[in-house]
Ligand binder design. Structure first.
Ligand SMILES: Cc1ncc(COP(=O)(O)O)c(C=O)c1O
Length: 441
């Protein structure tokens, strides 16, 4: 471990860290130096359990040899080629494989480098789609309170996280927000709640009634809102959104950056809930977190509408990233998808989910706990706020780290997203540790 320790000798202040209390971090750093399977190691060589699969990125466990080998081979064979007007073999194979996995109608794939970029891409496709069909006035978007769609301007505008919005001004014009789906009637329920699904989805109808359907391009939702604490859609909610969108010619976008690739026990949340969107964003677990990559899956006829109006030899969509379909990311993703198939990983996750959700539900008996919820391998425990919101949650994060568990905290909500390879006794160790920490906050 001495080698690992020596890697942390640089001053900490040059790196401005994302979504981090930088000054607090510099006082009390939480540096992760190595990972393998379900474990991390800190710079002192202490082992920590990973309760959040990286950042929902790494469901198959850290350091998978299949991916390491594929990445090494790809860097040797072709490290990079221009993404515009040229192609690499791996991207076509990957798009083909994704099209086989996705709901049938979503068989065109546009690649990006991050979830935020995928969201921007999806929103732009939606606007262009309407424009080429003579409905250029459809420029509004409908998002939702407590949604997270990344940090770019359109993404945070359709998102609904107050802190992610307040410092940055007005954002995109013409965005309306539905209410979020966390309602007291569904408290302490694992899986989908029975209550309020239709009423909450009718927020979309209310927005349509106010602004006119013919001004709205798309409605974007995370099927399960991940980052604000695992908000599971109540029964009927997604189905009703689908119905309203169909009725009014509005595109429905599922942001599956967290939900995709087995997190719900199915390939995508669209499969889990039996509702197919018109566009679907994905990222994170597409490469098991090993290399940044994201994608948007699009209905074939949406792409076709955009292609139809452009002259045959011209660019149809003036959009893309230097690292769209980066060959190394494609190689990592191909190896990841093969690994998911070869080890039947989504079934492993699905088999673990009931035991996991049972343990999340069991936290109800702890004094500070005011709600528990979950779906598949996503679970959340809400704590009563202390003197100031977020302090208690942060204490949990810090103390769990000190005692050997990495999890995610948002405000006073603790989020678990264990790996599909986690064993029952690993879960028991995680929850035992959390219990002992909760007694101290
Ligand atoms: C649903 C959702 N959309 C978009 C993003 C943004 O992804 P990225 O951080 O890769 O830009 C995230 C990140 O957690 C997410 O959860």
């Amino acid at each position: 471990m001495s080698d690992v320790a020596s890697r942390s000798n640089a001053p900490l202040f040059h790196h401005w860290m994302p979504f981090t209390a930088n000054r607090q971090f510099q006082e009390s750093p939480r540096i992760i130096a190595r990972a393998e399977g379900i474990y991390y190691w800190n710079t002192k060589g202490d082992r920590l359990l990973d309760g959040i699969s990286g950042l929902y990125t790494t469901p198959a466990g850290h350091g998978r040899k299949e991916i390491r080998d594929a990445v090494a081979r790809q860097v040797e064979e072709l490290d990079y080629a221009p993404a515009f007007q040229f192609g690499v073999p791996e991207s076509f194979r990957l798009a083909h494989e994704l099209a086989q996995m996705l709901p049938e109608s979503l068989n065109r794939v546009f690649f990006a480098g991050s979830g935020s970029e995928a969201v921007e891409t999806a929103l732009k496709i939606a606007v262009q789609y309407h424009r080429v069909r003579g409905q250029g006035q459809r420029q509004r978007f409908v998002g939702r309170a407590r949604a997270y769609h990344g940090v770019n301007f359109a993404g945070w505008s359709v998102g609904g996280m107050v802190k992610n919005r307040e410092a940055f001004g007005l954002g995109l014009p013409g965005v309306s927000h539905m209410r979020h789906t966390l309602v007291p009637e569904n408290k302490f329920i694992m899986g989908q709640g029975e209550h309020c699904g239709i009423d909450l989805a009718n927020d979309l109808q209310r927005i349509i009634d106010l602004h006119g359907a013919d001004t709205i391009a798309a409605c974007i939702v995370e099927p399960i809102a991940g980052s604000t604490g695992v908000l599971v859609p109540p029964k009927g909610y997604l189905e009703h959104l689908r119905t309203i969108c169909d009725r009014h010619g509005i595109l429905l976008i599922f942001d599956e950056v967290i939900c995709g690739f087995g997190r719900t026990g199915h390939p995508f949340a669209a499969n889990a809930f039996g509702v197919t969107p018109d566009l679907l964003t994905m990222a994170k677990a597409i490469t098991n977190g090993s290399v940044p990559m994201a994608a948007v899956a699009v209905r074939e006829d949406v792409q076709q509408a955009i292609f139809d109006v452009a002259e045959p030899d011209t660019i149809e969509f003036f959009h893309g990233y230097t690292y769209s379909a980066h060959p190394v990311a494609c190689a990592a993703a191909l190896a990841t998808l093969k690994m998911y198939r070869d080890h039947d990983m989504f079934a492993l996750g699905a088999a673990l989910a009931p035991s996991f959700l049972e343990r999340i539900a069991s936290m109800r008996d702890m004094p500070a706990v005011i709600d528990t919820r979950g779906f598949g391998l996503l679970g959340a425990v809400d704590l009563a706020p202390g003197e100031k919101p977020g302090i208690r949650g942060f204490m949990v994060l810090q103390r769990c780290f000190e005692q050997g568990l990495v999890l995610r905290v948002t405000g006073d909500t603790i989020i678990f997203a264990p790996m599909f390879i986690t064993q029952i006794d690993d879960l028991d160790r995680m929850f035992k540790l959390l219990r002992s920490v909760l007694k101290t906050v």
